[in-house]
Design a binder for this molecule. Sequence first.
Ligand code: NDP
Length: 342
Amino acid sequence: MSKGLVLVTGLTGFVATSTALAFFEAGYSVRGTVRSADKADVWILVFPQYKDRFEFAIVEDMTKPNAFDEAVNGVDIIAHIASPTHWNPKDNEQDILLPAINGTKNIVNATKLEPKIKRVVFTSSFAAVVDARNPPPAGKVYTPNDWNPITYEEGKASAEPRWAYQASKALAEKTFWDFQKTEKPSWSGSVIAPIATYGPPQQPVKDLKGINMSNQYFLAMANSTFKQGVPAIGFPYCVDVRDVALAHVKAVELDVAKGQRYLLVGSPYKPEQLVDILVRNFPMLKDKLPEVDISTVDITPPFGIDTSKTTSELGIQFIPLEKSVVDTVSKLLELAVQFGAI
Ligand code: NDP
């Protein structure tokens, strides 16, 4: 028997696919929102073992008013994961800020229509925690109490799309908390804030270009893009998508998680460590990567992040860097072979 019906928004994405699988594995039924029916058909074909506990709802554009009103009908739990997660907007406001913020407004407003809803978990980001435009002071340790102060206008006007994304996550998360303060819904809310998320991509893709943005980093390493040197992506920390997925499940199951914000941050890393892991585990990639001598690299992270609450309250034991990278690249190479790219 199912433990309840979970609405997972943005089902076909990287984080949402792994999260939906984690909810299935924990015994729930899942209704995923998708932009079109064919996307749901393709998704469930990949996971036929969950067909009997799967439903979908079409939400073509969550920015539109009342976008989720039908999708929430009959659900017990919501995981709101959908958000523009790319750095190539034509227009910061239309393509990043408004979908993130209005999508969140629409989902929380829709909860007024379904009294069965007990828990809502919102997928934020470390981008909502840290102001990446300014280097942190020496010795800084980020905690769940930190907030990125970036404004809507700064995100809208910025020529750097990353700042539009950062603003969209901070402001969408604030929308989520503000609704709970002002509307006092009968459900409890929790936030999962992951840093750069790697891990095996499970979502169906038509080609390698369809792989989500964070894992494109490894594809770039595998096709010689960084032969002269690998840059760090975002911050020098990462987390595995399987930990992020499990955290969503724990956040809606545990009483302690009500009203709480959790940082999902696994290992610190230096790009040289990634190269070292790839060369040792995938010798065929050696010629595509720069030479590194890991013994000469200072791997001390420039700032700290306190994830003790995530470990102690949600029970997440973060997957080690080496396992995460090996599993990610194994899956990406499998897809590359499938698409005839290597
Ligand atoms: P993906 O791009 O893989 O998934 C995003 C999902 O949101 C897709 O299903 C997309 O649908 C959907 N979506 C976007 N805009 C709209 C819209 N206007 N209307 C309806 N659906 C929409 O990204 P990730 O899985 O990487 O990210 C998912 C969440 O996790 C986001 O909230 C992101 O901020 C957060 N996150 C991700 C991190 C990472 O490194 N990947 C790190 C920290 C947080 P479609 O594909 O059909 O456009």
